[in-house]
Design a protein around this ligand. Structure first.
Ligand SMILES: Nc1ncnc2c1ncn2[C@@H]1O[C@H](COP(=O)(O)OP(=O)(O)OP(=O)(O)O)[C@@H](O)[C@H]1O
Ligand SMILES: [Mg+2]
Ligand SMILES: [Zn+2]
Length: 502
């Protein structure tokens, strides 16, 4: 007696069809699972055995062999439990096979037979649609995520008995209420709380408008963290495709369940003790790292100089390529990392910076060395955040998040008209502005800056992109000299460069 159930393996961001074959033979009772499963898959035997019995079914008193095909694909995690249990029920004739042939099942079982949510429900539902299946049964908590996919019926179920009822032809239960995604951070923190800081707010706006990376440098307590946290509130909303990407990635990481589409831009602020694999994924980390969780959003590294050197180095590739290849076992997966990097740091160990600084040159050089040059070169906007003037503390705020967001949205509209999709920071090289398109004096200024040695070759092309964003903010089709000069000024890592000489 052989049964075949369809489920899916998560492979990178996508899912791959897995057929769970269950065979019952006469002989000594036993239960074997083959097909390159990891420890969680091997332990599946115990869960499935108890879940079947505790749900009022009979565990067949035969030799049970389960094969997860294709065998070359490594399987990990507990998501195969449900397919294995259903296969047993079909093979032993306790559940008919006709619906089980056309529906996929996905979920972890508890010993009592309850279904537990698993990461990757959206990717699994996309797989079910791709393979033309009629429907998909998932744990109830995953139904909103899986239900984002059109063209395939999704049933959210509480336990194995409920799954068996659907396979026997009963109507699936109604989907439960969706949890409301309450993420107040982005909107509750408004730029109107910030006193002074016209320059840094301007830089924040430029960064948001073009998707550029930003570094805030200044003494303690001047509002660096405060400014960075207000970036989310001035970014444009996610498009539908971006929201699906974000939901897929966060669904894989299984950080939370019970939500449908994630519609707020990710803002990830990992602690500085994070490891390089925690930051970019891979290694012992099975899921996406912070860099992928920040895809389409912001990766905020507060106290940048405190992050370990290997962690910061690991960010270089994803910052350049906008994706990261993580290797697990013999397989590799490509995860997207299209995030804006925002860093904040003190200028030196004492934090005061010039002229009050009392650090030694050696201290300052050590501090500087902790921030890798190649990383700094990938940051387009370097901004000094000084203590605001006393008058600024009582004056009205420079702007509000609403006003700044309006500017950002207009600049993004201009970019969309020109680029189709994406923003200036990641426009394809063919569309990127060229020095030859600049007015003569702007070309001269760029040549000067390059000759002075303050721009790398990367900086030379990136400064043009920032200038493009500044022109977009000004509503200008041409990049003017003013725009370019502002972009060059924003790129100077002056805070650190000065200190090497002293
Ligand atoms: N420009 C400002 N306008 C209004 N409040 C401010 C400003 N700067 C600092 N503050 C107040 O000081 C608090 C601390 O600021 P914040 O944490 O942003 O400092 P920081 O620059 O990140 O310091 P550190 O280098 O120590 O991390 C803020 O929560 C806010 O209440
Ligand atoms: Mg801070
Ligand atoms: Zn100092």
């Amino acid at each position: 007696m052989l049964a075949r159930l369809t489920t899916f393996a998560i492979d990178g961001l996508a899912s791959r069809r897995v057929t769970v074959e269950v065979d019952l033979r006469a002989g000594l009772p036993g239960f074997t699972i083959v097909g390159r499963g990891d420890a969680a898959v091997r332990e599946s035997r115990e869960r499935v055995h108890s879940a079947v019995r505790n749900s009022g079914f009979e565990f067949p008193n035969r030799r049970v062999t389960v094969n997860l095909a294709p065998a070359y694909l490594p399987k990990s995690g507990p998501g195969y439990d449900l397919a294995t249990a259903c296969g047993l029920l079909v093979a032993s004739g306790q559940v008919p096979s006709d619906l089980a042939d056309r529906w996929a099942v996905f979920g972890e079982l508890s010993l009592g037979g309850q279904l537990r949510p698993c990461g990757g429900a959206l990717a699994v539902a996309e797989g079910a649609r791709r393979h033309g299946l009629d429907g998909l049964i998932v744990p109830r908590e995953c139904v909103h995520e899986a239900g984002l996919v059109d063209g395939v019926a999704v049933a959210g179920v509480d336990d194995l008995a409920g799954v068996a009822a659907i396979l026997r032809g009963e109507e699936p239960p109604e989907a439960p209420e969706q949890h409301v995604d309450a993420e107040p951070d982005a909107l509750a923190e408004d730029l109107r709380d910030v006193r002074g800081h016209e320059g840094p707010i301007r830089a924040l706006t430029i960064a948001a408008a073009g998707g550029h990376n930003l570094l805030l440098v200044g003494p303690p307590g001047t509002g660096k963290t405060m400014l960075a946290r207000r970036l989310g509130g001035i970014l444009p909303p996610l498009t539908q495709d971006e929201a699906l990407d974000v939901t897929r990635i966060h669904g894989l990481a299984a950080v939370r369940h019970g939500y449908g589409l994630i519609t707020t831009r990710p803002f990830r602020a990992p602690h500085h003790t994070i490891s390089s694999s925690g930051l970019v994924g891979g290694g012992m980390h099975p899921g996406p790292g912070e860099a992928s969780l920040a895809h389409h959003g912001v990766l905020f590294l507060d106290e940048l100089s405190e992050f370990s050197r290997p962690a910061l180095e690991a960010l270089r590739q994803p910052l350049e390529d906008r994706h990261v290849t993580i290797v697990r076992g013999q397989r590799s997966a490509v995860l997207p990392t299209r995030f804006m990097l925002v860093g904040a740091t003190n200028p030196c160990p004492c934090g005061r910076g010039e002229p009050a600084c009392d650090c030694t040159t050696a201290d300052r050089n050590r501090h500087r060395r902790r921030l890798s040059g190649p990383l700094l070169d990938r940051i387009d906007l370097h901004v000094r955040v000084e203590r605001p003037e006393e008058a600024a503390l009582t004056a009205p705020p420079v702007t509000t998040s609403e006003a700044a967001r309006e500017l950002v949205l207009q600049a993004r509209e201009r970019q969309a008209a020109r680029l189709g999709s994406g923003c200036n920071a990641d426009m394809p090289p063919a569309l990127a502005p060229r020095a030859s398109e600049l007015p003569a004096d702007a070309r001269e200024a760029l040549r000067d800056a390059y000759a002075r040695g303050s721009l790398s070759a990367r900086g030379h092309s990136r400064v043009l992109r920032v200038a493009r964003t500044i022109a977009d903010l000004a509503g200008s089709d041409e990049i003017g000299t003013r725009h370019l000069l502002e972009a060059i000024a924003l790129r100077q890592p002056a805070d650190f460069a000065d200190e090497e000489g002293t």
